[in-house]
Design a protein around this ligand. Structure first.
Ligand SMILES: Nc1nc2c(ncn2[C@@H]2O[C@H](COP(=O)(O)OP(=O)(O)OP(=O)(O)O)[C@@H](O)[C@H]2O)c(=O)[nH]1
Length: 548
């Protein structure tokens, strides 16, 4: 078992790992050559074919992750042919010696163009509160590489080489399990993998992600049925994986769902409110539609439960009115009704609602339906508003979030901070190491940001290598301290471009709304930008506070 935080030798590990993998490739090629000879004299030898399959399978799964992408793809192509041959009764000879030559020249080509895109961190200490991941992976070298990379993103990772080791670890379960779907020696996995994983994982309530070499519908379905929230195909794109993990861990403690109820039966409204609040949601109930329209901007609901018949107006009419307002036109609306007339129900749906919940309302169905609808809305918003590289809000959305926060603070006094951040000398990162490495730095910074701040804070990519944060309930001194510690953590990450290692620094400007009570959202942003400018001008790699 490997504990990512216990090792003191991380600083040079990535390069060492990459070199060690190159050595392993030499050994794999030797095995391939031996198998090619054996199969040349006995083409139908099942045992040799199985061994060949296993070597190719392992190459297909790991080579791409270490930067030998074409080799991984070629190995996968041959692996599939061996798979087919193993299923045939009369086995045709396979051109294995030709394959070995082909794989060797692919490896040579990969080596030529290989620029290892990776990173490692010098921040070695075990930081309390860092999310913990348990990684179950049989390939020790791949596992160490994954531990290394995930550690760079601020995760503590423990490695288990076989699923059975999980059985001995009942205390302090992790925040997430990351499992190769074949990570056990036990035979049972080939008979009924779903039953095996369900049994192994029955006590874990954290999110589970599976990895595997097979890119197939069956592999995905098995992962889903085994309790996995997603399945990642090897070779693994570590940036995507880390970003997905950060998102999953964040949503675990994300904000409660915000539900509005419009129901003139006050008793029923209270009952529904009670059920939903008990399930952890935030609820506001109204018995008049005008009260709903007054409160909607403040409460910012993610779902409305709407009675179909209200005094003087129908729920469908309210839905139609909401549909006319751009901000609320996509808001999910669920009608509460005992209406048996299918035509009326159909018309109500056409005017704007999404679904019907039959009265009397089933408690579990109510909670599940609200959760599912809000989750779908959040996913939709996520893809619409989030920058693909970093998972942060896009330019327009972070400006909108700042404006929303400013308006809120006008009505209800609340301290918030605006922070502008910029990676220093980023142009030279691109010029020296290439755009792909530059992208990796931006993505890593985005993930680091999402790890460091609360789910209520608004984090955005303002453009290029510039970022904007809106930190809620936070005064300037506190914000400056947090950004300063982010600055230190970021500077500690060692990125790798080609054979060179490098680190990046950032500059930041911070302003809080209390100090400038007459400022608009726009002018606060300008002040943060000026403070950033000052940080750049006074030598970079620092945080400056806006002053009058
Ligand atoms: N790789 C990558 N580069 C980007 C992206 N967006 C912007 N850039 C580059 O970021 C660089 C920003 O450079 P400058 O604005 O000159 O600033 P700088 O080099 O960071 O210097 P200072 O901010 O003064 O420290 C430009 O070369 C842009 O092409 C992106 O999405 N990916």
């Amino acid at each position: 078992m490997l504990d990512s935080t216990s090792s003191q030798a991380y600083a040079k590990r990535l390069k060492t790992l990459s070199d060690a993998y190159s050595k392993r490739l030499t050994a794999e090629f030797e095995r391939l050559t031996v198998l090619a000879d054996r199969l040349a004299s006995d083409p139908s030898c099942t045992e040799s074919l199985q061994q060949l399959h296993s070597v190719l399978h392992s190459l297909a799964g790991s080579a791409g992750t270490f930067g030998f992408e074409s080799l991984g793809r070629k190995a996968r192509e041959y692996e599939l042919q061996v798979s087919k041959a193993l299923k045939q009764d009369a086995k045709q000879p396979l051109p294995i010696s030709g394959w070995v030559l082909q794989l060797q020249s692919t490896l040579a080509a990969d080596r030529k163009k290989k620029a290892v895109v990776g990173m490692e961190t010098t921040r070695l200490e075990n930081v309390d509160g860092e999310p913990s991941i348990w990684l179950v992976e049989r390939d020790a070298m791949l596992a160490e590489y994954m531990v290394q990379q995930l550690h760079s993103f601020g995760f503590q990772v423990r490695h288990f080489s076989d699923a059975q080791e999980l059985q001995q670890e009942k205390h302090s379960p992790p925040d997430l399990l990351l499992i190769d779907h074949r990570a056990t020696q036990r035979q049972v996995i080939s008979v009924d993998p779903v039953a095996f994983w369900r049994m192994q994982l029955k006590d874990y309530t954290c999110p589970i992600l599976f990895t595997g070499s097979e890119e197939s519908f069956t592999a995905r379905l098995h992962a889903l049925r085994s309790g996995g929230q997603n399945y990642f195909v090897k070779p693994l794109d570590m940036i995507k994986l880390a970003s997905h993990i950060a998102q999953l861990i964040k949503t675990k403690d994300s904000q409660p769902e915000r539900v509005m109820i419009v129901e003139d039966d006050v008793e029923l409204a209270r009952h529904l409110e009670y059920i939903l609040e008990n399930a952890g949601m935030q609820v506001r109930a109204f018995n008049r539609p005008d009260a709903l329209f007054e409160a909607i901007n403040d409460f910012n609901p993610e779902l409305i439960l709407m009675d179909l018949w209200l005094p003087g107006i129908t729920g469908a009419e309210i839905a139609a009115l909401l549909g006319q307002l751009e901000r609320w036109s996509q808001l999910p609306i669920v009608y509460l009704s005992a209406e048996p007339d299918a035509e009326l129900r159909g018309q109500a749906l056409l005017r704007g609602g999404d679904a019907f919940l039959e009265k009397p309302i089933d408690k579990d169905l109510l909670v599940n339906l609200c959760r599912a609808r809000v989750m779908r809305l959040r996913k939709l918003e996520h893809t619409k508003n989030k920058d693909a590289l970093t998972g942060l809000l896009k330019h327009a959305s972070i400006k909108e979030a700042l404006q929303g926060q400013w308006q809120l603070a006008q009505r209800k006094p609340q301290t918030f901070c605006v922070v502008m951040l910029d990676i220093d000398h980023f142009k030279s990162v691109n010029d020296t190491h290439g755009h792909a490495v530059g992208d990796l730095v931006i993505a890593a910074f985005g993930t680091l940001l999402r790890q460091r701040f609360r789910s209520t804070d608004k984090l955005g990519r303002y453009g290029g290598e510039e970022f904007t944060l809106v930190l809620i309930d936070c005064a300037a001194d506190n914000a400056a301290n947090m950004v300063n510690s982010l600055r230190e953590d970021f500077a500690a990450i060692q990125f790798t471009g080609g054979s060179n290692q490098f680190a990046c620094t950032l500059s930041a400007g911070v302003v809080d709304n209390q100090r400038f009570p007459d400022d608009t959202a726009e002018s606060l942003l300008n002040r943060a930008d000026q403070a950033l400018y000052q940080a750049k001008n006074s030598g970079r790699n620092r945080v400056c506070l806006a002053v009058d």
